[in-house]
Ligand binder design. Structure first.
Ligand code: SF4
Length: 182
């Protein structure tokens, strides 16, 4: 399996756009951790893959920078209008289905190192086990977010030749596969 084959697989699974860039082109910003701590999304300390459980920001950045490449992918959902909450939920559901399928395929690939990062907190379970005080139910499938690793997604989109926002009445979600072939 090479980069081009993996890229084609991601597109075949339904990504709107996907691109592989060197990890060295990705910018990191440790101030994202303060944003998570402000708990604007309500997931702070409520998900095993979100801060603080996911780990120290500097350690995660160091870990991510240790990979050679990043395959960035995005999905785009069409909305009836900017208040179309059901459309947003449907787009998120389809993005999560793609993410799950990719997680399975990615785990079978013979890369020397790999890490899958997603959009927002982990969405593998309808309610994260962290909320009920239990251990993670699927540690092999659990996906931390790009932001938890200090990655600025709008800058990542630009570095990958993609738009962060894809037009009026659309919603765009991102994910990324970090890997080293040797
Ligand atoms: S796999 Fe489930 S329990 Fe584990 S972090 Fe994800 S949502 Fe939480």
């Amino acid at each position: 399996m090479d980069c081009e084959t993996l890229l084609q697989q991601v597109l075949d699974l339904g990504a709107y756009r996907a691109a592989v860039i060197p990890m060295a082109d990705v910018g990191f910003d440790r101030s994202f951790r303060a944003m998570c701590e402000s708990n604007a999304c309500g997931s702070y300390d409520k998900c095993w893959m979100c801060p603080p459980s996911v780990g120290d920001i500097d350690e995660l950045i160091r870990q991510a920078q240790g990979f050679d490449h990043i395959l960035v992918y995005q999905t785009v959902g069409r909305l009836e209008d900017s208040y179309d909450f059901e459309g947003m939920m449907e787009a998120a559901r389809r993005h999560n289905l793609l993410t799950r399928e990719l997680t399975k395929r990615f785990s079978d690939l013979p890369f020397a190192g790999k890490l899958h990062l997603g959009a927002g907190g982990c969405h593998m379970c309808s309610v994260c086990a962290k909320r009920t005080g239990e251990p993670c139910r699927h540690p092999e499938l659990a996906i931390p977010s790009l932001e938890a690793y200090g990655i600025n997604v709008s800058e990542l989109a630009e570095a990958s030749g993609m738009k962060y926002i894809n037009g009026k009445d659309t919603v765009t979600y991102f994910g990324a596969l970090l890997f080293s072939e040797t």
